[in-house]
Each structure stands twice: as structure tokens, then as C-alpha cells.
Unconditional design. Structure first.
Length: 138
């Protein structure tokens, strides 16, 4: 059912799937535990935003040989946090065209569209990119 809450283990499996589907070379880790299921829209927003963050890293960070890509899932009763980071080329976020919708719509917009959700991005030339997706239990 599209609106059914998502058990934590199913949520983690979905994030693992979308991340590793993009590349099997991603260092994927999970910490913490959570008894309560996540609302369906929250789980979907995380999966879509994490997938976009990984695709962006694979497209823009540099070659796999020179770039370490990581995805971390942290779960607790109070919050869920997914980080996607790379050690690639990095960029100046202020120089991204406003017509490029990946960050604005597919990452920030998806998490910002659910109550308690937010997304942030930090990147610097030569230092890689770090995307943080957070949902705080309402």
C-alpha cells in the first residue's frame, strides 16, 4: 500500500538498494536502531533524495579510482539521518545555475516537503561534497 508506514529495516534496505544500485563501490554503513516505522512519504523522500545525491556524485565528483564515495544511515527514535559524501572535485554551490534542479528540487525539495524534514549540502572545490538528509520525528 502506498501510504503504509515503512518499518525501519525495510527503510534501510531501500536506501541500501538505491545507493548500491547506482554503484557497488560505495562504502555503506548503518548505525542505530528504531522501533517506530517511518511515514511512507518520509521514506520515499529519503530514497529519492539519496539516489539523486549519489547520482550527482558519480556524475560530477571525478573518476571512481580517485573518489571515495560513502553513504551513512543513522536511525533513532528521535530522528533519521542519511549522509552521502564524496572526496571528489567539489564545487562552489553559488555557481550552480538556478535552472539546474537536482539539488533544489530532487534533494532539498523532497526532504523539505515532509514535516520535520530538511536537507543541506556542503561542497568546496578540491574537497568533495557532503549531502545531509534529516527527518526529526514529529
Amino acid at each position: 500500500e502506498q501510504d503504509e508506514p515503512v518499518a525501519c529495516d525495510a527503510f534501510v534496505a531501500r536506501i541500501r538498494s538505491v545507493v548500491l544500485e547506482a554503484s557497488s563501490d560505495i562504502d555503506f554503513t548503518v548505525t542505530g536502531s528504531r522501533e517506530s516505522p517511518l511515514p511512507y512519504d518520509v521514506a520515499a523522500a529519503f530514497a529519492e533524495a539519496a539516489s539523486e545525491a549519489v547520482r550527482n556524485s558519480l556524475t560530477h565528483a571525478g573518476t571512481a579510482a580517485e573518489t571515495q564515495l560513502t553513504a551513512r544511515v543513522e536511525v533513532s527514535q528521535e530522528r533519521v539521518c542519511v549522509t552521502v559524501s564524496d572526496s571528489g572535485k567539489g564545487f562552489d554551490p553559488r555557481e550552480v545555475s538556478p535552472h539546474r534542479l537536482g539539488i533544489v528540487v530532487s534533494i532539498r525539495g523532497r526532504l523539505g516537503g515532509v514535516p520535520g524534514g530538511s536537507a543541506s549540502l556542503a561542497s568546496h572545490r578540491g574537497l568533495g561534497t557532503f549531502v545531509t538528509l534529516i527527518w526529526v520525528t514529529q
